[in-house]
Design a protein around this ligand. Structure first.
Ligand code: FES
Ligand code: FES
Length: 158
């Protein structure tokens, strides 16, 4: 199969790859870069488990070709912690019990980070809207929303 050269900036590292042109960003992240924190769920844009940041915006990596995103900055869940110190969104999710099986968690955290970077004090309805594309089958969302709201400084409706 024909391969093409693709250079990607992932978590601040320049990655030079030879890949088939149809390979998705999700496939490259998981299979070529071995960054398996990004989860593969539906592969059709429905579940949000494959969410990564593209120039700071939350995107579904299963819907993008890796070749399309050359020259852009990609951040996966592995790029968030600073050594042993978790990113504040990760720490909030831990502190508030926003994880059960964990399958949705990387994508959920990245969607929350994209929101909070743009809008540091979102209301609960804005938070719920921002994570509405990230499906969670375990938590019922309440503790995830509480985790994000703990960083927003805004009240949570009871
Ligand atoms: S795997 Fe990408 S949205 Fe489900
Ligand atoms: S914690 Fe299991 S899918 Fe969200």
């Amino acid at each position: 199969m024909n391969k093409i050269p693709v250079s990607l900036n992932v978590n601040g590292r320049e990655e030079n790859l030879e890949i088939p042109p149809h390979k998705t960003l999700l496939e490259v992240i998981r299979d070529d870069l071995n960054l398996t924190g990004t989860k593969c769920g539906c592969e059709d844009g429905t579940c949000g488990t494959c969410t990564v940041l593209l120039d700071g915006a939350a995107v579904r990596s299963c819907l993008l070709l890796a070749a399309e995103v050359q020259g852009h900055e990609i951040v996966t869940i592995e790029g968030l912690a600073d050594g042993e110190r978790l990113h504040p969104v990760q720490q909030a999710i831990v502190n508030h019990g926003g994880v059960q099986c964990g399958f949705c968690t990387p994508g959920m955290i990245l969607s929350a980070k994209a929101l909070l970077d743009k809008q540091p004090s979102p209301t609960e309805s804005v938070v719920r809207q921002a994570i509405s594309g990230n499906l969670c089958r375990c938590t019922g969302y309440t503790k995830i929303v509480e985790s994000i709201m703990a960083l927003s400084g805004q009240p949570v409706s009871s």
